[in-house]
Structure formats: C-alpha cells, structure tokens
Design a protein around this ligand. Structure first.
Ligand SMILES: [Zn+2]
Length: 339
C-alpha cells in the first residue's frame, strides 16, 4: 500500500534531536495558535486542518514507542515521498499488518491515512483500553520558573510572591487529549488548561546562583485524588548596582580620605552579612583590594566566595582653613624631602 510520508518533525518545527520537553512545548504553542475556535471563516478551515496535523504529529512524537517506530521508518523517507508499507517493497525491512477494531472510528479523530495505516491499531487499542480503564488519579504537571535574587536575598533568604502560569490537567479528557468524539475541545487537545496563580514562597538563605529549588505541590493540579505537580524554581543573581559579582566573589568600592590612607584607621562598613569592622593598615594604596574571606556569595559546594573592598582615596569636598594650613605644611615638607 502506498502512502504519502508525513514529516511530523517539520510540522512541529523541531529538529529530529528534540527532547521530550521541547516536543511538548512546541506542540502546545502550535495547538493554541491554531485552535479552530480562535479562527473564523476561511481561516477556521485552514486552522482546523493545521490543528489536526499538529495533534497527529504530537500523538506520534510525544509517545516514545510511536516516535521510535516512526523514526525507524523516517530514515528512508522524506516529506511527500510515497511510503510503501509492503515489506517486499522499498525499505524492505518493515513489515506491517493492520486491523482496525470494528467499533473505533479513527476518521472522527481527524488522523491522516498515513497515521491510520501506520499507528491505527496501536492508537485504537490504547484509546479503547484507556476509556475502559478507570483512572481515578494522576499527578499534576511539574513546572519550571526563574527568579532573580539580589545579593542580599541570596545570602539571607527572602519571601517572594510568584505569578505562575500553571498547566492543570484538563477535566474534560483527564489529560488524555481525546474524548470519545475526537480531539478534546476543552483543552484544544493539549491535555491541560493553562491557569494562573500567585503563590508566596519562602526562599532559604545561602542559595548559590544557578541553584534549583523544588517546591512540592506548587505545580499543576492533579486529576482526581492525584497530587499536584512540583515547581522547580531556578535561582539567578540579579545584576547588582552596589556589588560587582564575579563568580561567587563580590566587590565594591571603599572611599577613604588621605589621612586614613597614610595613618590607617578602623571603620564600620556594610556588607550583605551586616556591618563589619574593617582595619585599614597605614599606607594603603589607591586601587588596593582588601579581602574578607568567605563573605561572598554561597557556592554550590556549601562554601562561600570572598568579598573585596577596592580602595579609592578621595578628599573631602570642603576643607577648613586649618586643614588647608596643615596640608600646606605637608606640602612644604614634601618639597624639602622629595626634591
Ligand atoms: Zn481536554
């Protein structure tokens, strides 16, 4: 039997190497875009066609078994080629026997002849089995989100409100994507409905940039008695104005006066860990970096980076007459000693 080969990867706009997650994302995006209910007139018919193809592509690529079966076939054919299902024909190694259960109408599901011939039996069996099987519960979807934290928040922890877009398992098809009548209209065949929610999360202290927090139960709702999915929160360092971040080291400028540079001093300085007392040695130079060990950002091995103060020597804006006189005296001395 000759069939037009359909390139499901091309339909979803993804490479052959796409991961399960990438396939799902591409599928959902396209299914929402081409949902027939969002279009009218001529565009509606076109969208309907596209929508069916997208669903068919996902039915195959979204299922590991079907995908590998399809990939084996796809090694020998390109889109538009005539595919020969006869084992004696081109390709030669693939044998196929197809028998559709009597009471299952695949056309109603909107699948192509290519699909029906290639997967029809598997699909029909799975759907029939699925419909009979009592599925009281399934776990909700896990979701991913990103958050940028300031240096202070990373080191000390913080409470944050997150605005999340959450895929909840579709109540009409129980996440199966199909009802008895075909592609589920309630979820557009995606198996989930997108809802938004705001949650308050407590972010613990000492997180390193690049860390991922797993927050149980904050993902999509489960079906029936099934538990909700989890939220994987990826932690980033927000670009900081007061601290320069290099790896897990922090650096900031420390402004001191000439007398402090010459004579040394003790000063209170703010850090993300609170105020610390810094001891300036006499004769500190402009541009010199003072290190506070382990006061930088947390690292993923549990240790911490270092914190640096870079010295900048400046003079006070206003000088009193007395100060000017004393600087005058210093100048005289310098001119005598360093001629
Ligand atoms: Zn549904």
């Amino acid at each position: 039997m000759l069939m037009q080969y359909i390139d499901y990867y091309e339909i979803l706009g993804i490479p052959k190497s796409a991961t399960e997650k990438e396939i799902k994302q591409a599928y959902r995006k396209l299914a929402r875009k081409h949902h027939p209910d969002l279009h009218q007139g001529d565009a509606k018919a076109k969208a309907e066609e596209q929508f069916k193809l997208i669903n068919e592509a996902y039915e195959v690529l979204g299922d590991a078994d079907k995908r590998s079966k399809y990939d084996k076939l796809g090694m020998n054919w390109k889109a538009g080629d005539e595919v020969n299902f006869d084992p004696s024909g081109r390709g030669g190694t693939y044998s196929y026997s197809y028998q559709q259960p009597d009471d299952f109408d695949l056309n109603g599901f909107g699948f192509s002849d290519f699909f029906s011939q290639f997967f029809g039996q598997d699909f029909a069996r799975a759907r029939q089995g699925g419909a009979q099987k009592h599925q009281p519960a399934s776990k909700g979807e896990d979701i991913d989100a990103q958050i940028s934290l300031s240096v202070n928040e990373l080191i000390n922890g913080v409470e944050k409100e997150l605005y999340l877009s959450v895929p909840n398992i579709c109540a009409s098809c129980r996440g199966e994507r199909f009802t008895q009548r075909g592609i589920c209209r309630a979820c557009g065949g995606t198996g989930t409905t997108e809802d938004t929610k705001t949650v308050k999360v407590t972010i613990p202290s000492g997180l390193h940039p690049g860390a991922t927090l797993r927050l149980k139960g904050l993902g999509g709702k489960g079906y029936g008695e099934g538990p909700a999915g989890d939220l994987y929160l990826h932690i980033n360092a927000a670009p900081a104005s007061d601290w320069q971040i290099t790896g897990s080291d922090l650096e900031t400028e420390l402004l001191i006066y000439p007398d402090q540079a010459v004579l040394g001093d003790k000063m209170q300085v703010p850090t993300p860990h609170g105020q610390v007392q810094l001891k300036l040695q006499p004769g500190v130079h402009n541009g010199q970096r003072l290190r506070l060990k382990n006061k930088g950002l947390p690292k993923n091995d549990g240790s911490s980076g270092d914190l640096y103060f870079k010295i900048r020597i400046d003079i006070p804006k206003e000088q009193s007459e007395e100060e000017k006189a004393l600087y005058g005296r210093i100048q005289e001395l310098r001119q005598q000693t360093h001629k």
